[in-house]
Design a protein around this ligand. Structure first.
Ligand SMILES: Nc1ncnc2c1ncn2[C@@H]1O[C@H](COP(=O)(O)OP(=O)(O)OP(=O)(O)O)[C@@H](O)[C@H]1O
Ligand SMILES: [Mg+2]
Length: 208
């Protein structure tokens, strides 16, 4: 057994040898992806609204002109309420575009095309780098109370944002991850390449 439950009902990854750790991480990712995918459409809809409320309450959009967000894929949180709100408030809204192993960002317009993972990317709007964003809202697969974040395993956000970790003079872009509460685990080990986020926002919590 490599995954267990603690008394609070959070998944605990048991410590073991390196190879087992890789197997455990894979198993944990699979379990958490299955968990977030299992939520019904009405539940997602309700939680999407609450997520917007949490972001507003925490003031994460304040003085952020250029904001990157994502469209949900693989059971990720609903973001349409946030996107609609940001557009109405006059923020410029961007989606990530996969270029090789890194992300660029393009302003959301009228046209989209699917990338190699089947995710919609804006078409006909210029590509800009992550350093041009004031705020990046990103998805995650798992998190813990110390703001450690586990993504889908591609390392795309980590590679794109490595400049932030290397030189802490960059306090832009601010990074917040959006998640369901059910994606919390007892503890995740941060890898040397993981870029720390400024906070994690769920429909009911703001962890910073
Ligand atoms: N800055 C980097 N330079 C080179 N390789 C990197 C870098 N960051 C991450 N990687 C590689 O990417 C792989 C996946 O990393 P990791 O498991 O942290 O992905 P993730 O955080 O789940 O994905 P994402 O960053 O897309 O959310 C690792 O094997 C790691 O070696
Ligand atoms: Mg990572």
């Amino acid at each position: 057994m490599i995954l267990q439950m603690n008394p609070k009902g959070l998944i605990v990854l048991l410590k073991s040898k390196f190879l087992d750790q890789c197997v455990a991480m894979k198993e944990l990712r699979r379990k958490l992806r299955r968990l977030r995918k299992s939520l019904s459409q009405p539940v997602r809809h309700k939680k999407g609204k609450k997520l917007l409320y949490q972001c507003q309450k925490a003031g994460v959009f304040r003085s952020a002109k250029h904001i990157a967000i994502f469209t949900p894929n693989d059971g990720e949180v609903e973001t349409k309420n946030i996107i609609k709100f940001l557009s109405r408030q006059g923020h410029s809204v961007y989606f990530p575009i996969l270029v090789g192993e890194k992300l660029k960002f393009a302003k959301v317009g009228q046209h989209f095309q699917k990338n190699r993972f089947g995710i919609d990317e804006p078409l006909f709007t210029p590509l800009v780098g992550a350093h041009e964003m004031n705020l990046i809202l990103m998805p995650l697969v798992g998190f813990d109370k110390h703001k450690n974040r586990m993504g889908m395993g591609g390392g795309f956000y980590d590679k794109t944002l490595a400049f932030k970790a290397q030189q802490n003079k960059f306090n832009k872009p601010k990074l917040f991850a959006l998640a369901f509460n059910c994606q919390e685990v007892d503890q995740l080990d941060a890898k040397p390449w993981d870029v720390p986020v400024d906070g994690i926002i769920t429909p009911t919590r703001f962890i910073r």
